[in-house]
Design a protein around this ligand. Structure first.
Ligand code: AP5
Length: 256
């Protein structure tokens, strides 16, 4: 038996679920974060994962970990990521499948930065069906896709100001969420680093690639009736609240 708190984290409304192999009792089989680079997908996905105690999987983070370990996949991905391009679908799907199996977790997944193409979205539907045995045609089990939209100038500032801790992976922002001591992680005391793909020329490329690929994926989830649109221009706390409200209604549907 595990406890799943509501997005608000209130103790008043703790849902007890008995069997992780019956995800229809839990609601969506996956919560997906969509949006351009710097929209706040990672920031919000990590929070939702903490609240619900579901695993947070950022395909970008998994690739960066392969790059750091210089695995064959990391060496292949590094060349692509440093140019701001997308890793080929079959490589991302293979990597994700292996990563999810390695988690040994049967419940809902928080996916950040995946899918980025309709081919990836279709692969995910098949993969989740094979994994859970539950048809996503059942609305209560369909993946919930959270689309975070944001103005372009706001987004450029967020990417230019982003710094992260190489030890714990926490993300800060020089302009919006600075650490207590400049350049140092509040929790680990490690020196914060800038992502190599946050340089101005690579950001330009990443945004162009996003603009070319994002719409069909958004439409894919819109057609399934599970697209939750969130205004990402507000402060992180306000965005978090808006997401919590949307997710509460998704989980309420599963409980009904
Ligand atoms: P990935 O790591 O997924 O990068 P991305 O999609 O470009 O997104 P980011 O991580 O840059 O931004 P975010 O939306 O998570 O924003 P964050 O929360 O950090 O992918 C990297 C690369 O890997 C890709 O280019 C590709 O090559 C490859 N890849 C990954 N997945 C792939 C896939 N599925 N297919 C193919 N290739 C793939 O926030 C940004 C900053 O803003 C932070 O400093 C944060 O503190 C701050 N901030 C956040 N929210 C707010 C707010 N509301 N107000 C003020 N500041 C805020």
């Amino acid at each position: 038996m595990i406890e799943i708190k509501t997005a608000s984290g209130s103790n008043r409304d703790v849902h007890r679920v008995g069997a992780l192999n019956t995800p229809q009792r839990l609601g969506p089989v996956a919560i997906i974060f969509l949006g351009p680079p710097g929209a706040g997908k990672g920031t919000q996905a990590r929070h939702v994962a903490n609240v619900y105690r579901f695993p947070h999987i950022s395909t970008g983070d998994v690739f960066r970990s392969h790059v750091a370990k210089k695995t064959p996949l990391g060496l292949q991905a590094a060349k692509i990521m440093s140019r701001g391009m997308l890793v080929p679908d079959e490589v991302v799907c293979g990597m994700l499948s292996e990563h999810i199996r390695g988690l040994g977790f049967a419940g809902c997944l928080i996916l950040d930065g995946f899918p980025r193409s309709v081919a990836q979205a279709k692969w995910l539907d098949r993969f989740l069906y094979m994994r859970s045995g539950v048809s996503h045609d059942l609305q209560c089990n369909a993946p919930a896709a959270i689309q975070i939209s944001i103005e372009r100038d706001q987004l450029l500032r967020r990417l230019a100001g982003r710094r992260s801790c190489p030890t714990c992976g926490r993300t800060y922002n020089l302009y919006f969420q600075p650490p207590r001591n400049p350049g140092i992680c509040d929790y680990e005391g490690a020196e914060l680093v800038m992502r190599p793909d946050d340089s101005e020329n690579v950001v330009r490329e990443r945004l162009m690639i996003h603009d070319q690929n994002a719409l069909p994926v958004t439409e894919y989830y819109l057609r399934k009736g599970r697209l939750l649109e969130i205004d990402g221009n507000k402060a992180a706390e306000a965005v978090r609240t808006a997401i919590a409200v949307e997710l509460e209604s998704v989980f309420a549907l599963a409980r009904a």
